[in-house]
Design a protein around this ligand. Structure first.
Ligand code: SF4
Length: 529
């Protein structure tokens, strides 16, 4: 491990200027949960960019001229000649990060990679980079840059201790092209006390929670270039007292925001109300599974109060807050019946936004280590969507069997017949009357045209019925206009993305079929060794 107090032997008295390009590589496959089509409707390229880019910029010394580039939003400027390139990585962008690393190195730039994927696989990344920063960058990025300046860059940089995180510098949103994105991200905590076996968060940030000073958070939000904010913390309300103090100070700022939290947020209805008052319009909740055995298998027993879920969901809806419900199918205790169970549950609890994923085992996770040992890892290609395609040999299901049922279920979840039923149950009692954030007159006009065009000039009777149902509620003041419109746009955007992705499905089905070994439990494992 590299020590943070390591000092290069070469002096650096005359500090010169360097050009630093910070890049987030594009993904080859865009899943429906990315809401990419929604961003396009708002005249943007992407909902938001990875927070790592403006955060790394904030901890970069002054003698660097920094350019931030999100490849999902804009093409990488290969004619720009940076001295050094920092590439942030995810499992889904690994291939592209390798390509970009090779390209910039061939152009003479020094390439440093970091982020979750590079942190888990530093040696693999070092084949395409000069150095890899593993884990949190705050305590190690500046020493890494100083070594680069002095020509003594090491291959691996890892901080000895976790960053204090109480008072980080504000992320450099001033360097981001805000014309291309809809909302900005902010993080206020680090770490997770749990240890779900498929998750890399505890590995990256540790199991001890660290919290920013609330005044430090508020100061950053006050200066953000957007009134639409996403808290990227895995559980914003894990410390209820902290969350309540935050809400008090957030409320006067007039931001509209979404976050992630665990379902126990509903145990405190007063807090839920304070969140809604402070601008919260959506909470992403990782239910993960409705199967208690699967929750136990993934070490997420803290989510096992399934019988309470429906009541908790109702409380969140009563506060006028939407839920993005996240589920995973593919655990050893799962069969394809889990997909029907999730569909039925989402219908019963009126949750239109369901992020349904197939189990993935990212490299570096405990799950990956176990499945690797068992010979059960399975990947069509590095670059296509973990979470949307089979990546393991399932215990009780064939890969193609699960994939086909998954595609059918996602399409059922977002059919207008289902959406209409959920909208009636969700909106009829008038709890979504609080208006959201403001948008320009010009944008309102263009969005209205999209809605009229799509929801009136359609052969889908349920889609048209949804429009008229929501118009009636608006007239009766039982739903805010922007809540009704954003709901229709959001459902439309998901359907557009699914339509695009469906076109490629046959190609992927052929690949899956070629590798399908059927349910692992039926396999003669001795024949594999
Ligand atoms: S899935 Fe959520 S609760 Fe589980 S370890 Fe990851 S961040 Fe923590």
């Amino acid at each position: 491990m590299f020590k943070t107090n390591y000092i290069c032997t070469m002096p650096h008295s005359n500090i010169k200027k360097y050009k630093l390009l910070l890049v987030s590589p594009r993904q080859h496959y865009i899943g429906y949960t990315a809401h990419a089509e929604l961003a396009l409707m708002f005249g943007k390229k992407r909902l938001m960019i990875p927070l790592a880019l403006p955060v790394i910029a904030s901890i970069t010394p002054d003698n660097y001229e920094i350019r931030i580039m999100d490849e999902e939003s804009e093409p990488v400027p290969f004619d720009y000649k940076p001295d050094i390139v920092g590439i942030t990585t995810l499992m889904a962008t690994k291939d592209r990060a390798f390509e970009l690393g090779d390209r910039f190195r061939s152009q003479g730039a020094t390439v440093v990679m970091g982020g979750v994927s590079a942190s888990m696989l530093p040696d693999e990344y070092l084949e395409h980079a000069d150095a890899v920063v593993t884990g949190e960058a705050e305590n190690i990025w500046e020493p890494c840059l100083r070594d680069f300046e002095q020509g003594c860059l090491r291959q691996k940089y890892e901080a000895e201790s976790k960053y204090d995180y109480k008072n980080p510098k504000p992320a450099r949103w001033d360097l981001v092209n805000m014309k291309t994105i809809f909302q900005v991200a902010i993080q206020i905590t680090r770490g997770c006390p749990f240890n779900c076996d498929f998750c890399l968060v505890p590995k990256m940030f540790g199991r001890k929670m660290r919290f920013r000073d609330i005044d430090n958070v508020i100061e950053e939000i006050r200066h953000l270039p957007s009134k639409y904010v996403f808290f990227v913390d895995d559980n914003l309300t894990i410390n209820k007292k902290y969350a309540r103090d935050l809400m008090q100070k957030l409320k006067p700022l007039g931001v509209s925001w979404a976050c992630m939290a665990s379902i126990d947020v509903a145990d405190d209805e007063a807090l839920l109300q304070e969140m809604a008052d402070a601008g919260c319009f959506n909470i992403l909740i990782g239910f993960e599974s409705l199967n208690p055995e699967s929750l136990h298998e993934m070490h997420k027993d803290h989510n096992r109060e399934g019988e309470k879920f429906a009541e908790s969901i109702q409380k969140i809806h009563r506060a006028g807050i939407h839920i993005n419900a996240s589920f995973i199918v593919g655990f050893d205790n799962d069969t394809t019946a889990e997909l029907d169970r999730i569909y039925d549950f989402s219908l019963k609890t009126a949750m239109p936004n369901v992020n349904l994923h197939l189990l993935a085992a990212p490299q570096g996770s405990e799950l990956n280590a176990r499945l690797r040992k068992e010979g059960r890892l399975f990947k069509l290609s590095e670059s296509i969507g973990d979470g949307f395609f089979p990546t393991i040999h399932y215990m009780n299901m064939g890969q193609l069997e699960l994939f086909d049922r998954y595609v059918v279920t996602v399409n059922r979840l977002f059919s207008y017949d289902t959406i209409l039923k959920k909208a009636k149950a969700l909106f009829s009692d008038g709890t979504f009357t609080r208006p959201g954030g403001s948008i320009s007159f010009h944008r309102k006009m263009s969005l209205t045209l999209i809605i009229l065009n799509e929801y009136l000039l359609t052969k889908d009777r349920d889609k048209r019925a949804l429009f008229f149902f929501l118009m009636t509620l608006i007239k009766k003041k039982k739903i805010a206009v922007d809540k009704a419109f954003s709901f229709m746009l959001s459902m439309l955007s998901i359907n557009r993305q699914l339509g695009k992705n469906m076109k490629n499905n046959e190609k992927y089905r052929i690949l899956i079929r070629q590798n399908d070994v059927g349910p692992w439990k039926d396999k003669d494992v001795t024949s594999l060794s």
